[in-house]
Design a protein around this ligand. Sequence first.
Ligand code: PRT
Ligand code: ZN
Length: 295
Amino acid sequence: MSKPRDRLRIAVQKSGRLSESSQDLLQRCGLKFRQSRDKLFCFGETLPIDLLLVRDDDIPGLIAQGVCEMGIVGRNVAQERRIEAQTTGTAGFVELRELGFGRCRLSIAVPNEDTFDGPQSLAGLRIATSYPHLLGDYLKRHEVAADVVVLNGSVEIAPRLGTADAICDLVSSGATLIANQLREVASILDSQAVLIGSATPLDERAEYAELLLRRIDGVIRVRESKLLILNAAQSDLAALLPLLPRGATPNVLARQGGITVQALCHEAVTWTHLEALKKGGASQLMVLPVESLLS
Ligand code: PRT
Ligand code: ZN
């Protein structure tokens, strides 16, 4: 039996669309790593949390096997693995947080000239995909019998090569579909990067996992947060408060000749908000980015 570990491991994509944002997120959480020579394992210098740099598809399995406790993958990868695992038991991981980057959708696309009148139009077609379980689940839910052709890359050229009649692939801008004369006809999954974690309770290291989760929550909130500062007369306060962005938490400070309102805003502060507040009597309006947040 392997020796119990006293450090937590988190796996992120080594190189690809999620790599930079994943490492940036961990850095913003105050984690710093010393990269090893093989560049697959990075030792955490600030907390007992180490980093594994791997292929995204391997991350759910590494968590299920107990090689690491957390990981960042696209929801498409997590859901594909979850459906696949349904036949063998449990997936061994749970989704902990949505991370707000790597947004895309898993969609079905057909050649431009083909008609599509709903899922039934796919009956009897050969559909190329790297996501056979998600596609299979979609077809089953719509009671459509089609041929799933599994490809590990270049799915979008399958119809032109004659190896498939339609595809089911990830789409973000849609430019790849257009370039391949394909038309998106149904979206079967909305995806973004998610933090996944072990489904089995962690030992003493649960403390590190909780700490990391709290910091991640702070980083996610702070990303959209702004501090709105304004001066006003005390007599205008009641009229100004409803004009603040929704969900803002104002802090009213007395100053000579009036008040200063500092409002933490988790939603966009627009020019319309500022103009309405100015009209309501506010002056010296200022919107500042928030660096860190701990509440
Ligand atoms: O080597 P490794 O296995 O780790 O990487 P990978 O090649 O499997 O994954 P990678 O880096 O391509 O994508 C990682 C994750 O990024 C995916 O699992 C998704 O969760 C997410 N993501 C976000 C995307 C896209 N956007 C995306 N646009 N993954 C792939 N694409 C493809 C799309 O299919 C198309 O071929 O990028 C191309 C450009 O898309 P358009 O629509 O903008 O033209
Ligand atoms: Zn991959």
